[in-house]
Design a protein around this ligand. Structure first.
Ligand SMILES: Nc1ncnc2c1ncn2[C@@H]1O[C@H](COP(=O)(O)OP(=O)(O)O)[C@@H](O)[C@H]1O
Ligand SMILES: [Mg+2]
Length: 327
């Protein structure tokens, strides 16, 4: 079993899993200091790499959705995959999972046990009927057995492992609740426990903060940061809003027009870098510890992204500060 993180207090408020695989290819600074708030003072750059994406290209429906995307992720790092609707976030995550074929480049996940085990995945949309007779503990147990060959774990050991996983995400009290009756934040925790059941080295989450209130979003970010720091799992999560991740990100992968700018928040979330990425002027402003990215009215953009009106380019929400369990 992975060593679970110190359970967070159960508050208001977390999916599939998938080794070495190749598909052919510090505490936050004062939030008022602007983008600096998003960069940890200590970058764990010397840690072993868990994920390497090199010159990745993906074509879908005859269209180049991603081009020359390169970045890497080390043990225990938290990275934000940032981009507006249609930028290619889900496509990139699916390419890492091996669910979407790559047309060029290479994705490598360290591990050697098969990608379905080395990578935990929480997809964007999980809609469960309120009457579905599946408890939180059943869902997490599925994560332990779903890909396993041979005899299942003895039931007592399985039960203990399930409860350890649920406790690790602060959701032990939800073990017997029906999954379809959980709040968004509660379900997110259970889905994270499910994704961790295969003991992954890399955890991917697609828009985990979508549809969560601010409080639940902060709890979720703090939980994922805690999992990365305490278990050494690399976490890559997509979001269209960089702000909730400002206090926890070691690395940003910013997508626009099918291309990516990567590096620390300070290096990437800048007017010159984002203007170059989008192919037109982008303002990056700092106010009250938040970053405001104004992409501008580019309704005739031919960069492959959905048009992003100025109002939609205003990113709001406060940064989450690392919890006590963090390094
Ligand atoms: N199976 C597919 N066939 C053709 N185009 C696709 C397919 N899946 C996604 N796309 C297109 O690829 C682009 C990126 O989509 P997606 O990765 O879902 O973006 P995001 O997750 O950032 O919103 C969009 O323009 C979308 O329409
Ligand atoms: Mg998506």
């Amino acid at each position: 079993m992975p060593k679970p993180p110190t359970p967070l207090p159960a508050t208001s408020s977390g999916t599939a899993s998938s080794g070495t695989a190749s598909s052919g290819t510090g505490s936050p600074e004062d939030a008022s200091s602007g983008v600096g708030a998003g960069t940890r003072p200590t970058q764990p750059a010397q840690r072993p790499r868990v994920l390497s994406v090199e010159d990745l290209g993906v074509r879908l429906g005859g269209r180049q959705v991603l081009s020359d995307v390169s970045f890497h992720l080390c043990e225990g790092e938290v990275a934000g995959l940032i981009g507006s609707n249609g930028a290619g976030k889900t496509t990139l995550l699916r390419a890492v999972l091996g669910l979407t074929p790559v047309s060029s480049g290479r994705v490598s996940v360290a591990g050697g046990r098969g990608r379905h085990q080395a990578v935990g995945y929480v997809p964007q949309k999980v809609v469960l009927d309120a009457d579905l007779p599946v408890r939180a503990r059943d869902l997490v147990q599925l994560g332990q057995d779903g890909h396993r060959w041979g005899l299942p774990l003895p039931s007592a050991a399985k039960r203990a492992a399930t409860e350890e996983l649920l406790a690790g995400v602060g959701a032990l009290h939800l073990a017997d609740a029906r999954v379809g009756q959980l709040s968004g934040g509660e379900l997110q925790r259970v889905l994270v426990a499910h994704a961790l059941a295969g003991r992954p080295r890399l955890l991917l989450l697609d828009e985990p903060l979508a549809n969560l209130d601010l409080h639940s979003a902060r709890d979720t970010v703090a939980l994922l940061d805690c999992i990365a720091r305490q278990q050494g799992i690399a976490v890559l999560m997509s979001t269209h809003d960089v702000n909730p991740l400002l206090g926890v990100m070691d690395r940003v992968v910013y997508l626009a027009g099918g291309r990516a700018a990567t590096g620390s928040t300070d290096d990437v979330v800048r007017s010159d870098v984002l203007s170059s990425l989008y192919g037109h002027h982008v303002d990056v402003l700092h106010a009250h510890g938040r970053v405001i990215v104004s992409v501008g009215d580019d309704s005739h953009s031919d960069d492959g992204c959905d048009a992003v009106p100025a109002s939609a380019g205003v990113l709001v929400g406060g940064p989450v500060h690392r919890g006590a369990g963090a390094r």
